[in-house]
Design a protein around this ligand. Sequence first.
Ligand code: MTE
Ligand code: MOS
Length: 772
Amino acid sequence: MKDNVSVQGTAHSDRIHDSAIKHVTGRADYTDDIALPAGALHAYLGVSDVAHATLKGIDLAAVRAAPGVVGVLTAEDVPGVNDISPTGLNDEPVFPTDNIQFHGQPLFAVIAETRDAARRAAELAKVDCDVLPHALDPIAAQDAGCPYVTKPLKLERGDIAPAFKTAPHRIKGRMNVGGQDHMYLEGHIAFAIPGEDDEVVVQCSTQHPSEAQHMVAHVLGVPSNAVVVNVRRMGGGFGGKESQMNLFCAVAAIAAKKWNRAVKIRPDRDQDMTATGKRHDFVIDYDVAFDDAGRIEAVDGSFAARCGFSADLSGPVTDRALFHADNAYFYPNVRLTSHPMKTNTVSNTAFRGFGGPQGVIAAERIIEEIAYATGQDPLDVRKANFYGGEGRDLTPYHQTVEDNILDRLVSELEDSADYRKRRQDIIAFNANSPVLKKGIALTPVKFGISFTATWYNQAGALVHVYNDGSIHLNHGGTEMGQGLNTKVAQIVAEAFQVDIDRIKITKTTTEKVPNTSATAASSGTDLNGMAALDAVKQIQARLVDFAVKKWEVAPEEVLFRANEVHVGAETIPFDTFIKQAYLARIQLSAAGFYKTPKIHWDRDKGQGRPFYYYSYGAACSEVTIDTLTGEYRVERTDLLHDVGRSLNPALDKGQVEGAFVQGMGWLTTEELWWDDAGRLRTHAPSTYKIPLASDRPRVFNVNLADWSENRELTIKRSKAVGEPPFMLGISVFEALSMAVASLADYKTCPRLDAPATPERVLMAVNRLRDGG
Ligand code: MTE
Ligand code: MOS
């Protein structure tokens, strides 16, 4: 079917987010905006104030006696299985029975007439426990002999030992990479309404309604068919609502069934930050061998992660760190190992990039090391090591890189950002500027698209055409601001050749599409867009068949065009045609399905094709640092990002900009800090600093590589966009590093740890100035 320009808002065109106006006028409904039924109650979590202990008992008498309190939930009140671990490892209780595993761990929930009453009462519990020694970070955990929280991974190709022996150069180093709080505008929230018999409906803010449904069923001890989970939209998820919502859904549902009243739970920001998981921090040990030209010969990398007390998604997150530890570079001989350490901290979870950024930054650190050691422009070292050329296209996990476009993409950005000249100017500026120093860096990203858990790469959709010609669209993906619903609606509009306004976007619900995957791994549009298209095609096939019989034409003579259907010589308005089909008893509804082809992965062997394709991008950032205070600002950033054939350039650019800024925040100002007692001290925006509008690059040029087209048969040849541009923020980090390196004539790699807060930059400046 040909594209038709006279239809409004179809694929490959700019189209505002379907809820944009509602978002900015405050008329978009979030879970907290839903009117409560009469008699609704509120829950609040009571948490531990020690990091590790044997739990002997909780005295809840004062809690129960507090004004407004209806009751308390503890582990004993869980009617089904007291476990909400998303991987089935049975290591994450709703509430613990005998063991406290982190400071801030939820121990019980208070149920009260008001949220305020519940919150005040939660403070009144007396916890009886025997404190045990705790390990907070991955190195402390390794030193204390703590176990892995989940099975580690090894990726290996070639033979590193001989390469390390014979290569002319070898550098070893360690890099600390901090975690990150999701800081979604809307925090966690769940609201459960009990139904008759075993039924319950949960309204919440989750990226993974099917998992929430299955978890609620599991903790209630009822089959999944008794539980409905609904999500209209989230006020941001960023991975933080992939599995972390399970706890809140479970608490609300258990309480709703126990008291037979609707129950809502919404932690405040401090509790949201302390009781739910974040991006994993990593300690990365690298060892690299290279030749005089800076070409890598071997890499040995060890990735230890702070996973927290339970596995949650730490297995796939630490796996993805290894999958991206090559970034854009060919390692002829390589060994990469993950060390997912169990620690006495909140269980870390998915966060945009899902471990990938922590792998990519290790690759970029290796490039920096080589560049400073060989006295080259880091961009030249990058180019010398790009995938491509005879025998240089195999990743450490044995997938061949077939679609590499980085040579072109990076060269284009290098030109449009005027990188070479600006770098020379900066070096000249630094030579004459005693206090202010500048830095510039151009960094690439290659990001693998698909869930590495192969079975996750499936999706469903449900499309109804009502007999007035209006269309109801439902699919398994969730909307968190990224514009998934708009894109899928564009796909449906284009397939039917109708205006997008004819399509009603509806909430995600486990009642309409079952067994969905989390909206994650950036694959929401790839998967759900294809499933919706499949549903449309089924309906269209029936409509064509109907027209062929009724008007006695050939199938090729039935064409969907600009809100009309052409049948032979006749032109019928879409709604009239649909009414006729309805009267002829044509089924006007279909369930669509899609599964990603070509992918497979053998984790034990560390080999396969985990990714359907790669998304690429590059960023060039310039910064100025103040060597007296360590403060800095981003002067200019140029981004060039590959989204294949963009389904909606306006939305895609929004994703690229937002992801870049979030990535920059991760590596600059966002610092998570635990004290020795294991208490997170940066648990509110007062102490945890995300980028402000004033922190954005002074000059910000954002472009999509409009010539790119996915070589795989993805939806309309587009590419996933949600996570890959997050790693463009690394350009800011590397530019800061260059500015610091100027203090020692660019001869020493500053080895900045992340986040490079002004404090860290200042310390690095002083270190380099003192010659070490
Ligand atoms: N954009 C907004 N505005 N809000 C979000 O929470 N999450 C990111 C990304 N972009 C997020 C976002 C993450 S972590 C992922 S995996 C993708 O969106 C998920 O959506 P998609 O698969 O539809 O791209
Ligand atoms: Mo995104 S971290 O895959 O939710």
